[in-house]
Design a protein. Structure first.
Length: 261
């Protein structure tokens, strides 16, 4: 596992309101230790995506705002820092739904992500090699239009775009969404390798709790805009409530369920 010594991200007691009336988060706090993977779990509408959007300062695009609390990235407040500056400071948000440019080629998609680096470093061949090393399928399809990639390949490209920006923190919103189980496994194993080999910290929102626990060091369970429970992922997987609600296992009928399957 990567070195985990201090916090790269601290979200301290934040409140988020959309359109001046919908309170999506109230008093939510979490930490991401440097080099670690943190999973954010919770039902639909719990506030997981909103948490990521608050961190990367994109809420104003949806008429939302952080109305209380503080967010610190590498010890510095992110208050009022434009999203593109946060990218240059080393934070990259892979949004839900594989936001890629479908009418650009795979390689052009990587190049446009590299523009985010301007002011930090130029995009050399190593950047592309790094992405293609983790995702050989993207190399094979580098000259094809991204719109013709399969869902899984588009997700790989979305993660590749993050990687090429050489971030210290990647925020991933539901990388498994709509993908077949085998592909989900492949993508999560690459996510885990990127964390270990590149030392990139990650904050991961995921509905697939067993996958999320398998790659994360720490987990937070969010309900109604608040953290209800958190702990090391291995401990959470032993918690009876988490097992029942998020892993679909009833402690008193485990054997029965196994036999049903
Ligand atoms: P899901 O897994 O369904 O994406 P989530 O945990 O990510 O759920 P959010 O999308 O963060 O939840 O939503 C949290 C709350 O904020 C919900 O009540 C949702 O209806 C509300 N909300 C989210 N986006 C907006 C928006 N743009 N305008 C108004 N309300 C919003």
């Amino acid at each position: 596992m990567a070195d985990v010594s201090s916090n790269i991200l601290e979200v301290d007691n934040i409140e988020v309101v959309y359109g001046k009336s919908v309170t999506a988060l109230s008093g939510l706090s979490l930490k991401v230790r440097k080099g670690s993977v943190v999973a954010l779990l919770g039902a639909n509408g719990a506030g997981k995506s909103t948490t990521l959007k608050a961190v990367t300062n994109v809420l104003p695009l949806e008429d939302g705002q952080v109305t209380a609390g503080a967010i610190r990235f590498s010890g510095e407040s992110t208050h009022g820092v434009a999203p593109d500056r946060l990218v240059r400071k080393g934070m990259f948000h892979v949004m839900e739904g594989r936001r890629i440019f479908t009418d650009l080629t795979v390689e052009e998609n990587l190049t446009t992500a590299g523009f985010a680096l301007s002011g930090r470093a130029s995009l050399g061949k190593e950047g592309y090699d790094l992405v293609y090393g983790y995702f050989p399928r993207l190399f094979e399809r580098r000259n094809g239009l991204a719109g013709y990639l399969s869902g899984g390949e588009q997700q790989m490209l979305a993660i590749g775009r993050a990687l090429i920006a050489q971030p210290s923190l990647i925020l991933l919103d539901e990388p498994s969404l709509g993908l077949a189980p085998k592909l989900v496994e492949e993508i999560f194993s690459i996510i885990s390798r990127i964390n270990r080999e590149q030392g990139v910290s990650m904050l991961l929102v995921e509905q697939n709790a067993s996958m999320a626990f398998s790659v994360s060091h720490h987990g937070y369970i969010v309900e109604n805009g608040k953290v209800m429970l958190d702990g090391p992922s291995q401990e959470l997987t032993r918690n009876p409530v988490v097992r029942e609600l998020y892993l679909g296992v009833h402690s008193d009928s485990e054997s029965k369920r196994r036999s049903y399957r």
